[in-house]
Design a protein around this ligand. Structure first.
Ligand code: SF4
Length: 259
């Protein structure tokens, strides 16, 4: 008999899937969460998100009797970043991976997703029935469902707003829905400028790590060719009053003109 596993992102839909599973009376043996680490000691989630996850785990334990299993990918982001390409016939042979390749604002297929997240998830899900948090009003994602990949939310008819309500009612709503915090890794290349600016201000030690990685990467931080150091320059100029952070008409050439 196959075991049943829920993969939790701590977003509203995957958390609410627990409520739907209980309503449906479906079996559930494991709840797992793939937890990326930036370095051996620094998680990819920011401290407020880590606190929320700890609180959520306690509520989930009381609700289901299950302990959320945190699965760590084999390597940290930094370890994969500094791993060298090993295919002798590849164009990047001998170079470090560096910043993942980003295509138009998403990293699907980029190594941070495939090498870290997806491979750890696949390993944990192998041979099990997997529950995923696809809501009843997300038909564009239904093609992901099968006999071994089921959505309790679809089966129970729960929409995204039902999930939001359920999480609120159970004190399980992640801070990303009510604060400026975004989901995902703090070093993600897809972040908006505001998020990078906030990261630099609130967590200068994390920003310093990004500046270090930026020096060592052959690939640019942003697909438009800008580096973390470009942002460092921009934010420093804002602090010095040479640039207005709220100026929506900002152009990079202003930095070279002013600098
Ligand atoms: S949040 Fe960003 S950095 Fe983290 S795995 Fe996803 S795409 Fe990669």
């Amino acid at each position: 008999m196959k075991e049943h596993i829920l993969s939790l992102s701590y977003g509203k839909d995957s958390i609410a899937a627990i409520g739907a599973i209980q309503e449906l009376g479906w079996p559930l043996e494991h709840i797992i969460h793939v937890e990326i680490y930036a370095t051996q000691t620094i998680p990819a989630d920011l401290p407020p998100m880590m606190s929320f996850k700890a609180k959520a785990d306690e509520i989930i334990k009381a609700m289901t009797g299950l302990t959320v299993e945190r699965v760590r990918p084999e390597k940290t982001y930094e370890e994969q970043f500094y791993t060298k390409y090993s295919k002798p016939d590849g164009v990047r042979y001998g170079q470090i991976y560096g910043w993942p390749m980003v295509c138009h604002g998403h990293n699907f297929g980029a190594w941070c997703n495939s090498r870290l997240k997806v491979s750890a998830l696949k390993k944990a899900q192998k041979g099990r029935i997997v529950y995923i948090g696809i809501a009843a009003d997300e038909p564009a994602r239904f093609h992901n469902l099968s006999d071994t990949k089921k959505s309790p939310l679809v089966a129970a008819g729960w929409t995204e707003s039902d999930c939001l309500r359920w999480c609120k009612e159970h004190d399980l709503l992640s801070p990303i829905y009510e604060t400026e915090m975004r989901s995902g890794c703090w070093f993600c290349q897809n972040q908006r400028v505001d998020a990078l600016r906030r990261l630099r201000k609130t967590y200068p030690e994390y920003w310093a790590l990004m500046l270090k990685w930026d020096v060592d990467s052959k690939r640019h931080f942003r697909p438009d060719g800008h580096s973390v150091h470009d942002y460092e320059r921009r934010f420093s100029m804002e602090e010095a009053g040479q640039l207005n952070p709220d100026d929506r008409s900002f152009r990079w050439k202003r930095i070279s003109e002013t600098g």
